[in-house]
Design a protein around this ligand. Sequence first.
Ligand SMILES: Nc1ncnc2c1ncn2[C@@H]1O[C@H](COP(=O)(O)OP(=O)(O)OP(=O)(O)O)[C@@H](O)[C@H]1O
Ligand SMILES: [Mg+2]
Length: 380
Amino acid sequence: MAITVEQVQTCLKSIKGPDGTDLMASGHLSDIVVTGDKVFFSLTVDASAAPAWEAVRKTAEQAVKALPGVTSVLVALTAERKGGGAAPQPQTQGHNHGHSHGHSHGGPARAGGQNIPGVRNIIAVASGKGGVGKSTTAINLALGLRDLGLKVGVLDSDIYGPSIPRLLAIKEKPELIGERRLKPIEKFGLKVMSIGFLVEEETPMIWRGPMVMSAITQMLREVEWGDLDVIVVDMPPGTGDAQLTLAQQVPLAGAVIVSTPQDLALIDARRGIAMFGRVNVPVIGLVENMSYFLCPKCGERTEIFSHGGTRAEATRLNVPFLGEVPLEPSIRETSDAGLPIVATQPDSPFSKIYRDIAAKVRDALGASAPRQGPRIVIEK
Ligand SMILES: Nc1ncnc2c1ncn2[C@@H]1O[C@H](COP(=O)(O)OP(=O)(O)OP(=O)(O)O)[C@@H](O)[C@H]1O
Ligand SMILES: [Mg+2]
């Protein structure tokens, strides 16, 4: 007998928060996710009220667990800060035993947030503007890093429009490990997590800033990533508060900025670079996507936009230029079919472009990533 969201809701109606309002009416409850016999939801409360809510969290967890058809429950309590400012900084570099730039177990200390145990580097793939090919770049870059022998995770932090499930054709839902941790989905040798795994595609996602943070923090910290050389984070488009907070909260080793060559996209890319600068995250470099068009019939190269703008911009801003990816039907088709080109057409010249970009990223991450690693078996 499968548990339904409605049954969970009925149960939560009988549980009251510290102010006496039931959980369904409290306004603190996230979407309720039910996968088979597992239930997941979170309560987002003001930081000052969090201690009072811990007992409620436990009660809710126990009550839902007692429902027939439920084997495990994860109720996360996430705190938000009043006033809409940036979320509080967790204990930065506090685990580094005094060497603020030394190497700890989890890898080098980073600009913001605490390291994730076992994860040596986290990099963001970002753009100022939407639709420039960030997610496509993130996935193919991740696969390129995999081909260099690194153990790679992918976190889709685009909670407004998660596209990684589609780009990798992942339909299944992540399993809960024990009571509180989610197991990433493995595909093409990557460990993958996306909010898109947890919510239905049709569910309109309306997130307030603090909820964005708690969702992303959970996806990063309550997921069993295991031992990874690098997690590639596909960022939501834009350079607003959500992105800034994210860049602050996640211990990023660096950011890869994707831009198309037009002036407008470049202006946004510049904003992206400035944003990472504000939170002391180094920019690993710029990628020019949809750089030029190679006619598949005649091989003629057409510079659709003013090709090369990104390289010039990189020089101007003194950040590395990582490469140019053409506007290429096979990239779009493989992406949209959930069969990313680097995984499914490794011999394509376009896959080589992504691998070259990946090599530059790996080099930028330095010693914390192995040069060559026979450590993973590449799944086909
Ligand atoms: N180099 C390329 N050649 C052809 N098509 C591409 C290329 N890069 C991306 N695309 C296509 O462009 C569309 C947008 O790409 P993608 O979803 O990666 O962009 P995005 O920046 O992540 O978008 P959003 O801002 O919505 O998250 C997709 O259909 C993708 O397949
Ligand atoms: Mg995207």
